[in-house]
Design a protein around this ligand. Structure first.
Ligand code: NAP
Length: 245
C-alpha cells in the first residue's frame, strides 16, 4: 500500500520548485507537480510522468480543470501539503523594470491571476483533502512584496504583497479547519527569474554577501510542511541572507 505523504506543488519545472520536488521526494513524499509544460523526456525522476499535470495558471478555466484533475489523481487520499510556488515576473524586453506607468492592464491581470488568484483557487478546491490530511499550505511571496525593488516590476511586487495578505486571511480561515497556512519570502535566489545584472546591483545589500540557492529555499518550505512546524500558522519567513534588515 502507498502510504506516502502527498504534496501538490505548482511551478515544479525549474528553480525553487524543482529543488522543492527533490527535497520532498528525498524525504519519501509523493509529489504531484504542475506547470504549463509536459514532463521533460530527459528528466530522470521516475515518478515524474505519472504525477505531473499540465496546468496554465494564467487561465482561470484551466485552473478549475486542473484542480478537478488533481482531486482525481488523489483518488480519495488525504493531502498533506499544497505549495503555491509558481510565479511570473514580467520585465521589459531589455530586462529592465516594468513600473506602474508602463504596465498595461492585461499584464496586471495575468500576473495577479498566476501569483494570487491561482493559489486561492487551488486552496479552495483542495481544502477537503488538506483537512483530511491535517495538511498545510505554503505560499511563495517575495522580498519585493514589502518594498520597491530595483528589478521586480510593480504588478509582480504588488501581487506578492497581496499574496502575503492572503496568507494572513487564509491562516485565519483554513486554520480553523486544522490547515496551517504560511508563506516564505525569498530574496535573491539563483534561478531564471532574476535579471542578469542583479548581482552587481543587489549583492552589497545582503549581509551574508551572496545570493541564495534554490535548495536553501526548499529546505524552509519543507520545514514549514513538517511536524517540526506544527504551531506555525500565518507566518511569513524571510529567506534572504538578511537583505530585508
Ligand atoms: N528566484 C528568486 O530570487 C525569487 C525571489 C523572490 C520570490 N521568488 C518566487 O519564487 C517562486 C519560484 O521562483 P523561481 O525563481 O524558481 O522561478 P522560475 O525559475 O522562473 O520558475 C517559475 C515556475 O513557475 C511556473 N509557471 C510560470 N508561469 C506559469 C503558469 N502560467 N502556469 C503554470 N506554471 C507557471 C514555471 O513553469 P513552466 O514555465 O514550465 O510553466 C516554473 O516552474 C515564484 O513565485 C517567485 O516569484 C523567487
Amino acid at each position: 500500500m502507498d502510504d506516502r505523504k502527498i504534496l501538490v506543488l505548482t511551478g515544479a519545472s525549474r528553480g525553487i520548485g524543482h529543488a522543492t520536488v527533490k527535497r520532498f521526494s528525498s524525504a519519501g513524499w509523493r509529489v504531484i507537480t504542475c506547470s504549463r509544460h509536459g514532463f521533460p523526456e530527459n528528466c530522470p525522476w521516475e515518478a515524474g510522468p505519472e504525477d505531473h499535470l499540465k496546468i496554465d495558471l494564467s487561465s482561470p478555466d484551466d485552473v478549475q480543470r486542473g484542480a478537478a484533475e488533481l482531486i482525481d489523481r488523489l483518488e480519495g487520499k488525504p493531502l498533506h501539503a499544497l505549495v503555491n510556488n509558481a510565479g511570473v515576473s514580467p520585465k521589459e524586453p531589455d530586462g529592465s523594470r516594468l513600473d506602474c506607468r508602463k504596465t498595461p492592464l492585461n499584464l496586471w491581470q495575468t500576473v495577479y491571476q498566476v501569483n494570487v488568484f491561482a493559489p486561492i483557487m487551488l486552496a479552495q478546491q483542495l481544502c477537503s483533502a488538506l483537512k483530511e490530511g491535517g495538511g498545510s499550505i505554503v505560499n511563495v511571496t517575495s522580498i519585493a512584496g514589502g518594498r520597491v525593488h530595483e528589478f521586480a516590476g510593480s504588478a509582480y511586487s504588488t501581487s506578492k504583497a497581496a499574496l502575503g495578505a492572503l496568507t494572513r486571511e487564509m491562516a485565519s480561515d483554513f486554520g480553523k479547519l486544522g490547515i496551517r497556512v504560511n508563506a516564505i519570502a525569498p530574496g535573491e535566489i539563483k534561478t531564471d527569474i532574476l535579471s542578469p545584472d542583479s548581482e552587481t546591483a543587489i549583492l552589497p545589500q545582503i549581509p551574508l554577501g551572496r545570493f541564495g540557492n534554490a535548495d536553501e529555499v526548499a529546505d524552509t518550505v519543507f520545514f514549514l510542511c513538517s511536524d517540526q512546524a506544527q504551531y506555525l500558522n500565518g507566518s511569513e519567513i524571510h529567506v534572504n541572507g538578511g537583505q530585508h534588515v
